[in-house]
Ligand binder design. Structure first.
Ligand SMILES: [Zn+2]
Length: 95
């Protein structure tokens, strides 16, 4: 509602969510990661990309196992658990 709007930044949350379809969802004007249910700052692509990198690493880790990608859905609680600490994962979990 305020006049705080820079002309150059025409990007909005809807554009971001479209850009990263299937990874983020919008809730009350906040962008949430579908995988770990964390809110992610959408204004800066670098923030988004570093968050996505973590997810991609994990998906890749699962792809290297025999777990079908469809099963990732069922692993959401698992993602949530390991991404709780600000998305910082130093080591892939050993299954
Ligand atoms: Zn996430």
């Amino acid at each position: 509602m305020g006049p705080h709007r820079a002309k150059s930044s025409i990007v909005n949350i809807d554009i971001r969510i479209k850009e990263y379809a299937g990874i983020f969802r919008k809730d009350a004007g906040i962008m949430f990661c579908i995988y770990c249910d964390k809110s992610v700052e959408w204004r800066h692509k670098s923030t988004i990309n570093s968050h996505i990198n973590v997810i991609e690493d994990m998906v890749e880790a699962f792809l290297n196992t025999d777990i079908p990608l469809q099963k990732i859905d069922q692993l959401l609680p698992f993602f949530k658990k390991y991404l709780k600490e600000g998305g910082a994962i130093s080591k892939a979990p050993t299954l």
